[in-house]
Design a protein around this ligand. Structure first.
Ligand SMILES: NC(=O)c1ccc[n+]([C@@H]2O[C@H](COP(=O)([O-])OP(=O)(O)OC[C@H]3O[C@@H](n4cnc5c(N)ncnc54)[C@H](O)[C@@H]3O)[C@@H](O)[C@H]2O)c1
Length: 450
């Protein structure tokens, strides 16, 4: 979600968090606090931790990061909220292995570069901890299987922290899908269309990052993410779009991804940006980027629907996840915030404004928790995703977005790379549920709880 536009969005997230009231739950199942540890307290991990600090039902007992500045900032944040100082793990890239062994942690939130997600999640699950991983959960197909196998062996739950599943309009559309307003679903579209060429952050006192540097000289995700554009050609960040439509299509629960094809345009955006900003003699003007600027992936589902996903992060463009949800009665489109439902819309062949439907079909979860959520990061969705993780721990139940979702949604990246490498050949998508999708029932956002 947040990237180039750190300036407004992240500043909003952190200042607005300050006006959030301490969140107390009406229906506490247990008085015991949920004890959390955080691996990776850079931009995203720090956001999660800030959200957690505003909850009375959470204790933060340990943090881990290899960057002393990230640790220092996080300790200051804990102190400024009057919380006790968490134990710190900062001794190298594998110190997380020591942190996960602590017996005063119920859950661990992982917000590190993608390539670290699975090694950290496996260690956490093997240590019996409830594990939350940022998106995408995995980089390789083997890693998706490793997550599933480790869950099945240990019984330790693992949630992919896909916040966009909780976007208010997306949840209203999910509610409408479940009420059959669109008829039988036929096609969906989604994507990650966000200009990420520059990574910059303004905390109100200082501007960090910016410019055309990446790797060691870069800031935040420019230190690691840009390298994926050098090494890979595929949809390297599919879950913000795919997660929400997978919930609407009941993937892993009555439906399944079958196969995909991917196609990539040429990749000019990053080189063009470096030359325009840094000049043609800038050392990074020599870097060859493998990633196509617009990668389009089409998935066929077992129940016959198609999903089109777009990855578009290296060209100038306004942000859009480009949702389209279409069935036998009509469709909703994110771009234009518009909807058309045959027999319901005011005029035939004419869009209605989605606003008119939003209130009527607002999801019960949002209706119940809007007040707590709306001032939190990314328009409230960060509140809901962390809340779901914490409530699942409290209630000792599977999370509403589980390890099979983490495995299947993230696997689209390596499979799209494979398809592109084979001239857009169809590639089979594994069934991580090993057939259980045929009898599994939906679990996501069934009521007003989580
Ligand atoms: N869901 C969302 O809206 C959203 C938004 C932003 C980022 N993210 C995801 O969050 C994750 C982190 O992204 P970010 O923007 O915070 O990046 P970041 O670079 O700001 O933070 C990553 C942190 O991990 C630390 N780290 C790296 N290797 C480590 C190791 N071996 N042990 C301990 N710490 C280590 C780094 O020092 C850094 O502080 C990524 O997976 C990203 O895709 C999700």
């Amino acid at each position: 979600m947040r990237r180039r536009d750190f300036i407004q969005k992240t500043a909003f997230a952190s200042t607005s968090a300050m006006v959030l009231p301490n969140i107390v739950f009406g229906k506490k199942k247990e008085d015991k606090k949920v004890r959390l540890g955080f691996i990776g307290v850079g931009q995203r991990g720090h956001n999660h931790l800030e959200m957690a600090l505003y909850r009375d039902d959470v204790e933060i007992n340990a943090i881990c990061d290899i960057d002393p500045k990230a640790i220092e900032r996080t300790l200051n944040t804990c102190k400024s909220k009057g919380r006790k100082e968490p134990a710190v793990y900062k001794n190298g890239e594998r110190d997380f292995e020591n942190m996960v062994k602590r017996d005063d942690l119920d859950g661990i939130v992982i917000s590190t570069p993608w390539e670290w997600h699975v090694p950290m999640a496996l260690a956490s699950m093997k240590a019996g901890k409830y594990t939350g991983i940022e998106v995408s959960a995995t980089v390789t197909l083997q890693e998706s299987w490793d997550l599933v196998n480790t869950y099945e062996k240990t019984g330790s739950h693992c949630m992919i922290l896909e916040n966009v599943c909780y976007r208010r309009d997306v949840m209203a559309v999910l509610n409408m899908v479940r009420q059959n307003m669109f008829g039988e679903l036929v096609h969906t579209q989604c994507g990650y269309q966000h200009d990420l060429r520059e990574v910059k952050f303004n905390d109100g006192k200082q501007v960090y990052g910016g410019g055309v540097e990446f790797g060691e000289k870069g800031y935040s995700e420019a230190r690691w993410r840009t390298q994926h554009s050098v090494d890979r050609n595929g949809d390297i960040y599919p879950t913000h779009g795919l997660g929400p439509v997978a919930e609407m299509l009941n993937i892993n629960r009555g439906n399944q991804f079958l196969y995909l094809t991917s196609i990539a345009s040429k990749g000019l955006g990053l080189h063009d940006y470096i030359v325009k900003k840094g000049g043609e003699n800038h050392p990074n003007a020599e870097v060859k980027f493998k990633l196509g600027d617009v990668v389009t992936t089409n998935i066929k589902c077992a129940n016959g629907e198609t999903i089109m996903i777009s990855h578009d992060t290296n060209l100038p463009r306004p942000y859009s996840l480009g949702f389209r949800v279409q069935g036998t009665n009509g469709l909703w489109m994110d771009d234009g915030k518009q909807i058309y439902l045959e027999g319901i819309s005011k005029k035939p062949h004419t869009w209605d404004n989605f606003k008119e439907y939003q209130e009527k079909y607002d999801h019960p979860l949002w209706k119940k928790h809007a007040q707590n959520a709306e001032n939190a990061g990314h328009g409230g969705i960060d509140y809901f995703v962390l809340r779901a993780f914490i409530e699942s721990i409290k209630n000792k139940v599977a999370p509403p977005i589980d390890v099979y979702d983490a495995a299947a949604w993230s696997a689209i990246s390596p499979l799209s790379e494979e398809s592109i490498a084979k001239g857009s050949a169809p590639v089979k998508i594994p069934d991580f549920t090993r057939g259980k999708w045929k009898t599994n029932k939906p679990i996501f956002a069934l009521g007003d709880d989580y």
